[in-house]
Design a protein around this ligand. Structure first.
Ligand SMILES: [Zn+2]
Length: 262
């Protein structure tokens, strides 16, 4: 027998018991049909998962136009809602893709047996179209979540106290963690500084036995990424130093402000 109709495969993938015995036997023996069914099941599962997370969006008509153009489909070929629905709840189904304006009402559902007699699209075309639509529906929330600014979590804060040589200086630091695990320190410094040197931000071990440079503070505020592997429980002192332009990367010993992260 010929391969099983893609509509039947799609409904089987959604768990609808629509296959005849002959069709079931064919699917069991035909690797093409089994493969197509597996792909459709995976697509349906992805669709369900996406649907539980975010409301499905109706793609604009040009989305289908693009798919049709890429697949070389005739103008009057449009996806039928039943083929692209994920699941079967009547309340939350995505609306059908737009129909041409001159069509007064959407076509009524046609029983599966009747539809089998009609000329069908090749299975590959349906799979590609379904996959493209799922990619679009899933892709939109994914893009939005990337565009959304990540919300940092404040891990600790520090009040930075002036050293005797810098009696009017004061500062503050906030240690934050981003959702991806990146830690960063936001430092602000209020100090009368000269034109000669530059200011550098450091994390210093609580017993002052070691330190790590976070970078140069330009102006009065800066955000610095804490290098991976630096234990901020240990390196818990935030320090801002005045550094001469002498090419020496070590701490000058001229700290302006310092304070513990708590
Ligand atoms: Zn087959």
């Amino acid at each position: 027998m010929p391969h099983v109709d893609p509509d039947v495969l799609a409904l089987l993938a959604l768990g609808e018991p629509v296959a005849s015995e002959a069709e079931e036997r064919h699917v069991a023996e035909c690797s093409d049909c089994t493969g197509a069914l597996d792909t459709l099941r995976a697509t349906a599962a992805v669709g369900r998962a996406a649907r539980s997370a975010e409301p499905l969006l109706t793609p604009p008509a040009r989305v289908w136009d693009g798919i049709a153009a890429q697949l070389g489909l005739a103008d009057d070929v449009r996806p039928e809602t039943a083929d692209l629905r994920f699941g079967s709840s009547p309340a939350g189904d995505p609306p059908a893709p737009a129909t041409p304006a001159d069509e007064a009402s959407p076509p009524a559902p046609v029983p599966i047996a009747e539809r089998r007699g009609r000329r069908r699209l090749p299975a590959a075309a349906w799979l590609a179209a379904a996959a493209a639509l799922v990619a679009i529906v899933i892709g939109i929330p994914a893009v939005l979540s990337v565009l959304r600014q990540p919300e940092p979590t404040v891990l600790a804060e520090a009040t930075l106290e002036a050293f005797p040589a810098w009696p009017d200086a004061r500062g503050a630091a906030v240690l934050e963690e981003l959702p991806d695990g990146t830690r960063r320190v936001e430092v602000s410094l209020d100090a009368a500084v000269g034109d000669d040197g530059f200011r550098e931000v450091w994390l210093i071990r609580d017993d002052a036995s070691d330190l790590v440079s976070l970078g140069v503070l330009e102006g009065s505020e800066g955000t610095f990424t804490v290098p991976a592997g630096v234990d901020v429980e240990e390196f818990s002192l935030v320090d801002v130093s005045e550094e001469p332009r002498d090419g020496d990367p070590a701490h000058s010993g001229d700290s302006i402000v310092r304070g513990p992260l708590t």
